[in-house]
Design a protein. Structure first.
Length: 384
């Protein structure tokens, strides 16, 4: 039986030749590529807004084995964007309904539903059974967990997220040369930026675009064609109908990949990962940081905050990003010009003076202070 199954996976039957004929016409796919898709195992985390188009396209494309993990049931409020479900599905398990619907689209595929949340105790076991992970989860906890486990297991992770009118997608290959999700977001963004779709709202068609981009990246990775989004963050704004691209690289201070990269053996110890997760969330120092990408998002959203550049005037004269110039040594004299209740973001050239500045401001009673991680140097790597 085992041999039969293997044989079936190594060729396309007449029905499959017809079903995938538009793929087969593409030189970059062809029969060889289509067989690769058939042999591939992809895990989709979340069967919601992103998961719906993602799963539909992966199933249509003929990915041989698709895992679907989602602990939720279908709610009426999901139907505005989660196009895999309809009114009759309300109250039913998303992963089970997804399997049922997708089987109607393509019954040649093995669907494996998981009616549970991805948590530290099951993540290694589940993720290890797949070749590629597509993370469409809606919270930072899960994204960090997926990132960390994928990094340790060396599984590529195609991650996307959506909020209101904007979406993002990137690929984290788990290769030592490519940055991970923690390199991009060293700590959870500011509270104002981690509202979920329930609180902040989301345009219904938006996940259709981002989930389709995710599916495209997954398929490209399997076929090994084109250039992936590794080291690039693709950002989409539906209101202006513009895509922007930011490049980012490995963070030498990344608590995951920078520290683990030098290890000869991969550490599968989930305890260590969980500890790392919780220390990242509880660590006061890391919560004081804001990454260049997060700061850029605040600019884009025209958030109300005070940006202070604590470098010297001669450095400011060479280049600046619009912050109020208060050299570190003058901060105590000029503190009265600042509002202690307002979000205050400080930056210097490399992050060290900025850290001293926020420590001082916190002692002075400032409630919301952040230091730009890596300072202007890190900012310029991405945005100059
Ligand atoms: Zn990293």
């Amino acid at each position: 039986m085992h041999t039969d199954g293997k044989n079936q996976n190594s060729f396309l039957n007449p029905e499959e030749l017809s079903r995938y004929s538009r793929h087969l016409s593409l030189a970059e796919v062809g029969q060889e590529g289509q067989i690769r898709l058939k042999q591939a195992r992809v895990l989709c985390i979340g069967a919601g807004g992103l998961g719906s188009p993602l799963l539909l396209y992966l199933a249509a494309a003929g990915i041989g084995t698709i895992g679907i993990i989602d602990s939720d049931t279908v709610d009426l409020s999901n139907l505005q964007r989660q196009i895999l479900f309809n009114t009759n599905d309300i109250g039913k398990s998303k992963s089970l309904v997804a399997k049922e619907k997708l089987s109607l689209l393509n019954n040649t595929i093995q669907f494996i539903p998981y009616q549970e949340r991805l948590i530290p105790s099951n993540a290694v076991n589940i993720i290890s059974q797949y070749d590629i992970i597509a993370d469409g989860s809606d919270n930072f906890e899960t994204r960090y967990l997926v990132n960390d486990v994928c990094f340790h297991l060396r599984k590529p992770n195609v991650g996307a997220s959506i909020l209101q009118f904007s979406g993002q997608c990137s690929v984290f290959t788990a290769s030592p040369n490519d940055p991970c999700y923690r390199c991009l977001y060293p700590s959870s963004p500011l509270t104002s930026a981690i509202l979920n779709c329930a609180e902040a709202g989301v345009l219904g068609a938006l996940p259709g675009i981002m989930g389709s981009i995710q599916a495209t990246e997954v398929i490209k990775l399997i076929l090994n064609i084109g250039n992936s989004l590794a080291g690039r963050l693709l950002s989409f704004d539906a209101l202006s109908m513009r895509f922007k691209e930011f490049t980012f690289s490995t963070d030498p201070s990344c608590i995951l990949c920078a520290e683990k990269r030098s290890l000869d053996k991969i550490n599968y110890d989930m305890g260590a990962i969980c500890k790392m997760n919780s220390s990242a969330e509880n660590d006061q120092v890391s919560n004081d940081q804001i990454s260049p990408v997060e700061l850029h998002q605040l600019f884009e959203k025209k958030e109300d905050f005070c940006l202070i550049d604590v470098r010297e005037p001669h450095e400011y004269a060479v280049c600046h990003i619009g912050g109020k110039l208060i050299p570190l040594a003058q901060l105590s004299q000029q503190i009265d010009t600042l509002d202690p209740d307002k979000l205050t973001i400080v930056h210097c050239h490399a992050g060290i003076r900025g850290q001293k500045a926020i420590d001082f401001l916190k002692q002075a009673g400032f409630k919301h202070v952040k230091n730009l991680t890596g300072g202007l140097a890190a900012w310029q790597k991405i945005f100059s």
